[in-house]
Write a new protein. Structure first.
Length: 251
């Protein structure tokens, strides 16, 4: 069984973007201009717009987009006056960031990297981390939250989109429960085969307990939370929650 799941995910996301993946499409010019005028919204999960009161004042705010490439959120934050850095594993996701940056002419630091390793930033480098759903591509979420805490200043905010595991138990049609939890394709051959067959990369389920506890143990306090669904498919039609968004502050 192939163990280098990071390389698999890098290649998979690159291919998704080339095929027109929703989360790899950069925003258009008008969306950027609207943001400069204060008309904007962003998402951490598929549907629900992140509440405006989850953010700090943007002028001069040091923002890290963690696994947040795609040219969707960082351009908005730049338009609002933030100092933005994006960190992502996928060349194609970072290509989307460059497309918007070159078109609109704002400053951004673009770094390719692997969040399963130590982040290439000094302690307390950022005021806010924006972390859309991506922990599914990581086996050890405790490491991710520890690194987020390290690179955030005291009082800094971590805004996260988190998959709660429901998506992992069903088949392709989302009509039958077929997989046991935790979902770990590096341990279970049938789950590995399922992911490869469907071109899903290597993804891992994480419980709400694991992800909230991971934040708490890393020195965060939970300030707010919302639940969200997929944006298509049988689970969406049944309004079954599959994600949470969390707002946490470093103590």
């Amino acid at each position: 069984m192939k163990k280098d799941f990071v390389k698999i995910n890098e290649k998979t996301v690159d291919e998704w973007c080339k095929q027109g993946w929703e989360w790899g499409k950069p925003i258009d010019h008008q969306t950027y201009i609207n943001a400069t005028k204060g008309k904007w919204d962003v998402v951490l999960t598929p549907n629900i717009v992140v509440p405006k009161d989850w953010f700090l004042p943007f002028k001069g705010l040091r923002v890290l987009g963690l696994a947040s490439g795609g040219g969707q959120q960082m351009p908005i934050f730049a338009a609002l006056g933030a100092q933005v850095t994006v960190f992502d594993l996928s060349d194609e996701q970072l290509k989307s960031e460059r497309i918007v940056q070159q078109r609109e002419g704002y400053d951004i630091t673009i770094i390719k990297g692997d969040m399963t390793k130590k982040l290439p930033f000094k302690d307390e480098s950022f005021d806010l981390i924006f972390h859309p759903v991506s922990n599914v591509y990581v086996k050890d979420v405790y490491h991710v939250f520890k690194e987020c805490s390290r690179v955030l200043r005291k009082g800094g905010l971590l805004l996260s989109g988190l998959d709660t595991g429901t998506n992992f138990i069903v088949d392709e049609s989302e009509t039958q429960i077929v997989h046991k939890l935790p979902f770990d394709p590096l341990v279970h051959q049938d789950q590995y085969d399922f992911m490869i067959k469907n071109d899903y990369g290597m993804q891992f389920s994480h419980t709400v307990e694991e992800q909230i506890k991971g934040q708490l143990q890393a020195g965060f306090e939970l300030l707010d939370i919302f639940e969200d669904t997929n944006n298509e498919g049988r689970l969406f039609e049944l309004n079954i929650g599959c994600y949470i968004g969390t707002k946490s502050r470093k103590k």
